[in-house]
Design a binder for this molecule. Sequence first.
Ligand code: SF4
Length: 313
Amino acid sequence: MDLLNTLVEKGLRRELPTREEALAVLATSDDELLDVVAAAGKVRRQWFGRRVKLNYLVNLKSGLCPEDCSYCSQRLGSKAEILKYTWLKPDEASQAAAAGVAGGAKRVCLVASGRGPTDRDVERVGKTIEAIKEQNEGVEVCACLGLLSDGQAERLREAGADAYNHNLNTSEATYGDITKTHTYADRVDTVQKAHAAGLSACSGLIAGMGETDEDLVDVVYALRELDSDSVPVNFLIPFEGTPLAKEWNLTPQRCLRILAMVRFVCPDVEVRIAGGREVHLRSMQPLALNIANSIFLGDYLTSEGQAARPTWT
Ligand code: SF4
């Protein structure tokens, strides 16, 4: 297929495909799917070999959020039955992180619900980062605390954070449909603040919220433009009690096409399969690792994932 040859050649050169080429990946047929995976796999192996990076989430603070992101079980007014708790203590978070590191995680992601941290929260997370780094040699720490105010990214960097995660989630054109309490521009601003402070920027998307192919291509181009070092690709888990509870519209094949499109647009970037991989990719998860080079171990913020089972050598 000419399209796939072109995409592989561009991916190996880190050249941006055209929007039409990216859209064409999403429009491929099921008969072409294994060729799409193989082509994306060539690009993946050029930049990352065969390695899979493992990441582990520690939910520092759960639920009780004043924001209204319609995909989120922790949103204002959510009826989803989830755990709700306020900040874990540094030692508790460090113990949780150690479980992930023992399972093979290279990066620990510290997540807190909420619009964004207060300066006191940043100080608290700084102590948590110090505790984790002291007790787990060589581990990378990524903070994910919401929208950042001036100076907070710098303070997290000083405390030892390596990265900051803040997802764009969907295209600028549809952002207002999924959240009313903050804007797409607010999100871009936080990713830029993290970058400017010397933190590795981690920013990704959520597929399956009713978006069009154009929306998906738009958000992935925006992520490349922002120079995100890692791109988590979430597949919506439609939680009961949230406005998107009925949005079950992804198939494993669609998820593979989305991952392939992300790989072609962001060839040398860590593409991470994030929330929803178990329920949406199902038995095609191993195929997806031909495209993505990074996954989460264990549980997500408010849903269960797969535990690490170190049966391989
Ligand atoms: S995504 Fe974050 S900011 Fe939005 S409702 Fe959920 S916890 Fe709050």
